[in-house]
Design a protein. Structure first.
Length: 66
């Protein structure tokens, strides 16, 4: 049993369209998972200073620092 050329062309076109659609979906999923670009690195000195200032404020509020 031989396959007609028109049927073979239809099957090939359907497979190509399916593969292109899958590739498009994978690209869209990868792009959405990328997220925003990372910002500048954290300044650990500033973070430590802020933490110390917050701790001092807490001690002042509790009046533990007399």
């Amino acid at each position: 049993m031989s396959i007609k050329p028109q049927v073979l062309a239809a099957i090939s076109g359907a497979i190509a369209a399916y593969m292109a659609d899958e590739e498009t979906c994978q690209m869209a999923a990868a792009a959405s998972m990328a997220g925003p670009a990372p910002g500048p690195p954290l300044n650990l000195w500033a973070l430590a200073g802020r933490s110390e200032a917050m701790q001092l404020r807490l001690l002042m509020q509790r009046r533990s620092l007399r």
